[in-house]
Ligand binder design. Structure first.
Ligand code: MG
Length: 248
């Protein structure tokens, strides 16, 4: 498989999907509060998808049972919303994708439940900054490794680690297309970025070590039990500045 270059029309469809993703993540973020069961977020996401005329990217993907992934504290990605109750001081990652007119967009945010510790807040700020650094490296003529290195340097320079076994990805008609986009790497390596590439950048940053463990087939958590955060945007490479597609 190779990297699929999108036309203007295809990127326009992804922009619509991305806008829906951003709207729904905004609604969900405002709903998060102590005492809430994570399945409530899935119910809201399903209702809003229907209202906006879009389909979930995740539900049914390799059998995933929910509209979105909800990963709490040391859970990194792919948490299944359910009976778990959110507590004051938790951090919760919401990862969500939508399909509109046959095209997909994918984004994630991590938010605090009520008041969170300064350590947790710094982790969130760093992960967000790592995503921003990755986006800032996504210029035509640069290489994929420049994005990976920018993300890694941002996180590691502040004393955090980046998850290695899970990566960002190309996206379009399919949620996962070529290329894989590791959150670590060497500048100057990998494919040259060209106009029309559409990429989901998604740093997963841990306070402790980068090693992960898998539970229940889906959910991935930090091997050392440290907190983990996750931010993601879908972007398009243009002939100048990258366009973030998952915004309102
Ligand atoms: Mg993704």
């Amino acid at each position: 498989m190779s990297i699929i270059i999108k036309s203007e029309r295809e990127i326009a469809a992804m922009r619509q999907a991305g806008r829906i993703v951003a709207i729904i993540l905004g609604i969900l973020s405002k709903q998060v509060r102590p005492g809430m069961k994570t399945k409530k977020l899935d119910i809201i996401a399903g209702r809003e998808l229907e209202r906006l005329g879009a389909k979930p990217s995740f539900k049914g993907y390799r059998g995933f049972p929910a509209n979105l992934c909800v990963s709490v504290n040391d859970e990194i990605v792919h948490g299944i919303p359910g009976e778990r109750v959110l507590n004051e001081g938790d951090i919760v990652s919401l990862d969500f994708g939508a399909i509109f007119n046959g095209f997909q967009s994918d984004a994630a945010v991590t938010i605090g439940v009520g008041e969170i510790s300064p350590q947790a807040r710094q982790l969130l700020e760093t992960t967000k900054a790592a995503l921003k650094a990755g986006i800032a490296a996504a210029y035509p003529g640069a290489r994929l490794g420049d994005i990976s290195a920018a993300i890694q340097n941002c996180a590691e320079s502040r004393g955090y680690s980046v998850v290695r076994e899970y990566t960002g990805h190309g996206i379009g008609r399919e949620m996962h297309e070529e290329p894989q986009i590791p959150n670590f790497g060497q500048p100057g390596n990998g494919p040259v970025l060209t106009k029309g590439m559409t990429l989901a950048l998604e740093p997963m940053v841990n306070i402790g070590d980068w090693h992960t463990q898998l539970s229940n087939h889906w959910m991935v958590f930090t091997a050392d039990g440290s907190l983990s955060a996750h931010f993601e945007h879908t972007i398009a490479i243009t002939d100048a500045e990258p366009e973030v597609l998952t915004i309102v």
